[in-house]
Design a protein around this ligand. Structure first.
Ligand code: AMP
Length: 504
């Protein structure tokens, strides 16, 4: 099948030809004709499947015909859960619509209101927004939806996970009843299905492939880690491999991302961190540096698990496993982009045994265990029916030291070589981070634009030690108080009410 059969405007077809795409992906081939026919649509498709073009191409196609309505409000509204995904949608629209005249703006959390007010008061064709910030503007009467023809919910499941369900419904209620509604989601069941039944009219349903069917081009490896010091050593070893073109390393928390990035920088790597505490400008600049190859290693939280599309990423390394099996699939999907192959390596320690089982159950395959010569684990992974919490007296992660000094020993923090200037408030020289700090907080949830993504209740405490600034090893295990984070670091924008608690 070729794009020419899809009834798209010639200027769009020309832009597609310039991208080098030879044929529509399955989601595009199935969704585009239904959307052009004017149907509402609920489609199950993963990131990496070409889903962005599946909705942006027909949206642009609509814009090729002038609006019958007076006014200057948006004709197409795309809601996304994260700023990164919103940016990807804007980039795609600009790429595929480069031969057309239209105005696209994004309204995202973390950006100044005055600029957004100005944008919203001018003529707009496509508005891409995260729900929380859009609601703010809606409540202030700054958005005119009278011309709106198409509402697109991208990664609806994620938006609901992040607690945006009321916002999404209120936004939808503010748009004309005559609109066409498209919903894209990893899953179409459960709460997503309920939302669809409220917002969509006799939708066509497309199910391209489930998450677990994806990523055949990605080799998945598991490496057992005795503790964090062992993880540090394995990571250092892996990153010296010349086969690693660019690597995306995931940590559980923002602080860990900063700490690990500093540590790798001190080892001479070209590295940057990416997480939700950074301003949008910093995040954009970091992504640009990653895209143009100025940065080889990106250490990130789950903020980068979806939407990040950098073709050079040859390796994804889960320094910490994600809390939810579904996020594992999204994380590893950051490599093997655009049909290339990729390698995903996950470190797991004994405390991760149950989580690992859940991930393997979700992806319906077991992940092959690998070891690095000379860095074999001392302990074996316990796969029995024990709980995530280690038995009392059993070793847990974070007891750096019994394998010798950790990789980062004696290295100074704050020598990031990424030319990004004053990032990371908590990692400058002289900061009282403490040697190999221990952190007992639950994994941080990432809030965007002031919105809460629910946190976790009932998870075991996390242990952390990223080597030391003065050659010491980790703090004693009992020392869970003095991790030295500034107040703002400890106060999550999300709530730890455990909505998603233990069910992943
Ligand atoms: P998405 O699923 O929207 O995140 O897209 C994943 C990647 O596939 C992006 O890098 C797109 O540029 C690329 N892509 C989208 N459509 C096609 C196509 N028809 N052929 C090849 N690559 C595509």
């Amino acid at each position: 099948m070729s794009f020419a059969t899809l009834n798209l405007n010639p200027s769009i077809l020309k832009a597609i030809a310039d991208t080098g795409y030879t044929e529509p992906t399955p989601i595009q081939a199935q969704a585009i004709p239904e959307i052009i026919d004017g149907h509402d649509l609920m489609a199950s498709a993963q990131t990496g499947s070409g889903k962005t073009a599946a909705f942006i191409l027909p949206a642009l196609n609509r814009l090729a015909t002038p609006s019958a309505m007076p006014g200057k409000g948006p004709r197409v509204l795309v809601l996304t859960p994260t700023r990164e995904l919103a940016q990807q949608v804007c980039d795609a629209a600009t790429k595929y619509g480069k031969n057309m005249r239209f105005k696209i703006i994004s309204i995202l959390g973390g950006m100044p209101y005055p600029v957004q007010n100005r944008l919203l008061s001018s003529h707009v064709d496509i508005l891409v927004a995260t729900p929380g910030r859009l609601i703010d503007h809606l409540e202030r009467g700054r958005i005119d939806f009278s011309r709106l023809e198409m509402l697109i919910l991208d990664e609806a499941d994620r938006m609901l996970d992040m607690g945006f369900v009321d916002d999404v419904e209120r936004i939808a209620a503010a748009t004309p009843n005559t609109r066409q509604t498209l919903l894209f989601s990893a899953t179409l069941e459960g709460v997503v299905g309920n939302l669809a039944s409220r917002l969509l009219k006799t939708p066509k349903r497309i199910n391209v492939s489930a998450a677990k069917d994806k990523h055949e081009n990605i080799e998945q490896r598991m490496m057992f880690a005795d503790d964090v010091a062992h993880k540090n050593k394995m990571l250092s070893h892996l990153l010296t491999d010349t086969e690693v073109n660019q690597a995306l390393v995931f940590t559980a928390t923002k602080r860990d991302a900063d700490g690990l990035a500093d540590q790798l920088s001190a080892q001479g790597h070209s590295v940057a961190a990416l997480h939700g505490d950074m301003s949008q400008r910093e995040r954009n600049r970091t992504l640009l540096n990653m895209r143009n190859g100025n940065v080889r290693i990106l250490v990130a939280t789950d903020v980068a698990a979806r939407g990040l599309d950098v073709r050079g990423i040859s390796h994804v390394i889960n320094f910490d496993l994600p809390k939810f099996a579904e996020d594992y699939v999204h994380r590893i999907g950051r490599t093997g982009r655009g049909g290339s192959s990729g390698i995903a390596i996950s470190f797991a320690s004994n405390r991760d045994a149950q989580l690992l089982k859940r991930i393997e159950r979700y992806i319906e395959q077991s992940i092959k265990m690998h070891t690095i010569e000379g860095l074999e684990p001392k302990y074996k992974l316990r796969t029995g029916p024990s709980s995530d919490r280690p038995r009392s007296g059993a070793p847990r992660g974070g007891y750096a030291g019994n394998r010798g000094p950790s990789t980062g020993s004696g290295q100074a923090y704050g020598k990031r070589q990424d030319n990004f200037g004053n990032r990371s408030p908590s990692t400058g020289p002289g900061q009282a981070r403490g040697a190999g700090y221990t952190d007992s907080r639950p994994a941080r949830s990432e809030g965007f634009g002031g919105q809460a993504r629910t946190g976790f209740a009932g998870q075991p405490p996390r242990d952390r030690s990223f080597g030391s600034r003065n050659g010491n090893t980790a703090a004693p295990r009992g020392d869970r108080q003095g991790f030295g984070a500034p107040r703002s670091e400890r106060t999550d924008r999300g709530n730890f009410n455990g909505n998603r608690g233990n069910k992943a």
